[in-house]
Write a protein that binds this ligand. Structure first.
Ligand code: HEM
Length: 137
């Protein structure tokens, strides 16, 4: 009998806070939690920040200069990078959820594969946006 068959896998039901570190979350669960976090980030930070920048860029020449000063600051670039990740993750995970809602890709191997694709693709696209924001190309 192999080692894994001899040792029963740990079961977690209604986990206690002390078990959180031992609990290995599967990819679909990580995508789901990040989808909620990214939705909240876009709504609570994204909308006010983008509207502020939009207003500053349009109101007057002076406010346009302020807009340029803000967006060229490293911290604002970091916030924009975080928002870019939030948008890209939310978009890709949202499309994945819409497919699941149509009962497509619901079996475990497909759900795991699509979750890994969403996590990986959103990070790669965010890295590309980051290179653009920080002026590499
Ligand atoms: C870019 C295209 C977008 C797509 C494809 C998309 C897709 C979705 C889907 C399918 C859900 C429901 C998820 C579920 O079944 O639990 C959802 C939830 C949500 N979305 Fe979006 N969304 C998009 C853009 C946005 C934007 C721009 C914002 C905010 C400014 C946003 C904020 C939220 C929030 C707060 C929720 C609720 C999250 C939750 O309760 O877990 N979404 N989105």
């Amino acid at each position: 009998m192999s080692e894994s068959a001899a040792k029963p896998r740990p079961e977690f039901r209604n986990i206690h806070v002390s078990q959180i570190l031992k609990y290995r979350m599967p990819g679909p669960a990580i995508v789901s939690i990040l989808h909620r976090i990214s939705g909240a980030l876009l709504f609570l930070v994204g909308i006010p920040f983008i509207l502020y920048l939009f207003q500053q860029s349009l109101t007057s020449e002076l406010s346009f200069e302020r807009y340029q000063a803000v967006v060229s600051h490293w911290f604002a670039k970091l916030v924009l990078l975080g928002l870019a990740w939030g948008f890209l993750h939310h978009l890709l995970a949202g499309i994945r959820f819409l497919f699941l809602d149509l009962h497509m890709g619901c079996d475990l191997p497909s759900a795991r594969k699509s979750a890994a694709i969403v996590l990986f693709a959103s990070l790669i696209l965010t890295a590309l946006v980051g290179l653009k924001i920080f002026g590499v190309f």
